[in-house]
Design a protein around this ligand. Sequence first.
Ligand SMILES: NC(=O)c1ccc[n+]([C@@H]2O[C@H](COP(=O)([O-])OP(=O)(O)OC[C@H]3O[C@@H](n4cnc5c(N)ncnc54)[C@H](OP(=O)(O)O)[C@@H]3O)[C@@H](O)[C@H]2O)c1
Length: 281
Amino acid sequence: MGYTLAILGCGVMGQALLSAIYNAPAASPETKEFYPSKIITCNSSKGSAGNVEELIKSFGKSANDIEVETTFDDNKRAVNEAQVVLLGTKPYLAQEVLNSVNVSEKLLLSLVAGWTIEQLGEYSQYVTRIMTNTPAKFGYGMAVLSHSARVSNHNKSLVKELVGNIGDCIELPEKNMDAATALVGSGPAFVLLMMESLMESGIKMGIPLKESKQCAIKVLEGTAKMVEKTGEHPSVLKHQVCTPGGTTIAGLCVMEEKGVRSGIVKGVEEAAAVASRLGKK
Ligand SMILES: NC(=O)c1ccc[n+]([C@@H]2O[C@H](COP(=O)([O-])OP(=O)(O)OC[C@H]3O[C@@H](n4cnc5c(N)ncnc54)[C@H](OP(=O)(O)O)[C@@H]3O)[C@@H](O)[C@H]2O)c1
């Protein structure tokens, strides 16, 4: 008999985790125990609960026999029934939502940016912070995990198994969480700015929008795959593209002169600084 997972706040990120866990391939005999037999999704409005219901209808049967119940305005009952609680509200609502339920004996998984283990520790000693991103909705997400000292090895493995279904996940010390919030959580927006810029360069020089977009997507996807598959440092691969006196080095020099690199580094740092202030509001 499995356990029940309650998703407190099932919006964009809650639904990404729900989809990944529900649609995970059949677990091995060793990992079967990490999957819930039931997921209860919690929203405050009927409309949002209806959206989750529609999402579930679009799924096939769960390979791990997971049953899903969608609810609204029923947090207390859902949390009482659950052994594991995933908090997926916006940061400014986290306090109100946590104050209205009792998670003290539950494993509390938090998607909430800026909320520290110490702050979450007022509600449960068993806390894992998860920082993930929107590509998780499509199985291409990244997640960074950070556990409180009281999380057992069994529960660490459980979280890794469940969250790994969104794409990839790693564990880091909590001191890295604000940086992870910026790099992983906000990262897609930064990459989309890069994609948009590449597309606009194509359009500016006469390549139609559709084709510019197609080229930009494949350049970003192909480059990421090349770095992953070769294991090389990006600068090594970058120099392989640079013919002496050629086009690529000329373009790179102008980008460096315009401060593209320091703009990206400082932008990610600024996002991390904002993340560090989120839980303090
Ligand atoms: N979006 C991102 O790219 C991203 C990336 C990294 C981390 N995060 C973190 O993920 C968390 C969720 O973000 P999100 O983008 O998924 O937000 P979201 O789409 O707004 O989802 C939040 C959900 O919380 C529900 N909710 C609000 N009040 C509630 C209550 N009293 N009880 C139960 N549910 C309630 C809302 O449902 P109703 O509509 O019914 O109120 C909504 O579906 C945030 O803390 C954020 O820091 C987000």
